[in-house]
Design a protein around this ligand. Structure first.
Ligand SMILES: Cc1cc2nc3c(=O)[nH]c(=O)nc-3n(C[C@H](O)[C@H](O)[C@H](O)COP(=O)(O)OP(=O)(O)OC[C@H]3O[C@@H](n4cnc5c(N)ncnc54)[C@H](O)[C@@H]3O)c2cc1C
Length: 268
């Protein structure tokens, strides 16, 4: 069946990190009143390259649904077609359009909401922003059910901590939202966390288990229970490049986490 293509108009664009060449985009689909999607899903963007070949790339939606718009967060990939097509003003000015289809994907919050560790590097922050907006809406009831939500974000430099002010403000408003930004190449003057995301994920898991009196590694679930019927009191949501996703999955698996507790999206 042919996929329904929508025309998405660029309403706003902001360079959120000049050194990383990362851009925040806000699109509107004028032909729709509502563009429904679940936080964590992505759209497929379609455009013709200079050789007349149709190119399609996935971009995670960086906002919670509401109205007929959606945000994305994209960084330029050197030599890449689509990321540069989006980032270059002559190609895509304000009011310019792209074609998209979607929403797609299963990188979505498992419900009911449990304690959750959101782990991202780079533009893997996009679906985490959508989760955070959905869990803690600015203009509606809190959907976090009082559960602890940790956002562990890793990048090299302070200039690449995308949406930092938003997440810091959210953490200041919600005591159950914990924001940890860690730098792998921090200068000596950096007062914050250093190192890789998996180190902080391990710390969160170990401290939580100690607080709850749970053994680590966890006792595996009874194999006679069908996987669909298993329920867990914590999930991890991981998004970014494959190396990081694999490292975090290995770390959680070593703690005895079940694969159904670990939800991930790989960009490469
Ligand atoms: C489900 C999903 C969601 C995604 N969401 C986002 C998002 O929210 N924001 C975002 O910026 N990207 C996202 N991506 C990656 C995106 O789809 C493109 O791969 C990326 O923008 C590069 O496309 P391009 O056409 O510019 O490069 P291409 O012309 O496809 O590739 C050029 C070169 O760069 C390499 N490359 C491709 N992707 C990457 C990458 N991400 N990092 C480093 N090198 C790469 C390729 O191997 C190739 O060598 C997502 C990917 C998936 C699968």
């Amino acid at each position: 069946m042919a996929r329904k293509l929508y025309t998405a108009r660029l309403a706003r664009k902001e360079c959120i990190s000049e050194p990383a060449q990362c851009f925040h985009f806000e699109f509107v689909i004028d032909e729709l009143e509502h563009f429904p999607y679940s936080p964590g899903q992505f759209v497929s963007a379609v455009a013709e390259d200079p050789h007349g070949k149709q190119q399609t790339r996935a971009y995670s939606i960086a906002s919670a649904a509401g109205g007929n718009g959606f945000d994305v967060c994209v960084n330029r990939v050197e030599g890449g077609f689509f990321s540069n097509h989006l980032a270059d003003l002559p190609d895509l000015p304000i009011g310019g359009t792209i074609q998209i289809h979607g929403p797609h994907g299963y990188f979505t919050l498992r419900e009911p909401v449990t304690d959750s560790i959101l782990i991202a590097t780079g533009t893997g922050i996009a679906p985490m922003r959508a989760f955070a907006q959905w869990l803690f809406p600015a203009d509606g009831p809190d959907r976090s059910n009082g559960k602890d939500i940790w956002l562990v974000y890793g990048t090299r430099y302070e200039s690449d901590i995308y949406y930092r002010q938003e997440f810091e403000a959210l953490a200041a408003r919600h005591p159950n939202f914990h924001y940890l930004a860690t730098l792998s190449r921090a200068p000596e003057t950096w007062p914050g966390l250093r190192g890789y995301v998996q180190e902080y994920v391990a710390k969160i898991v170990a401290e939580r288990a100690a607080r709850l009196g749970q053994p680590l590694p966890l006792t595996p679930p009874d194999v006679s229970i069908p996987a669909a019927q298993l329920s867990f009191d914590i999930h991890a949501y991981i998004c970014g490049l494959n190396n990081m996703v694999s490292a975090v999955r290995e770390c959680l698996t070593a703690f005895g986490w079940h694969k159904k507790q670990i939800v991930f999206e790989r960009y490469d």
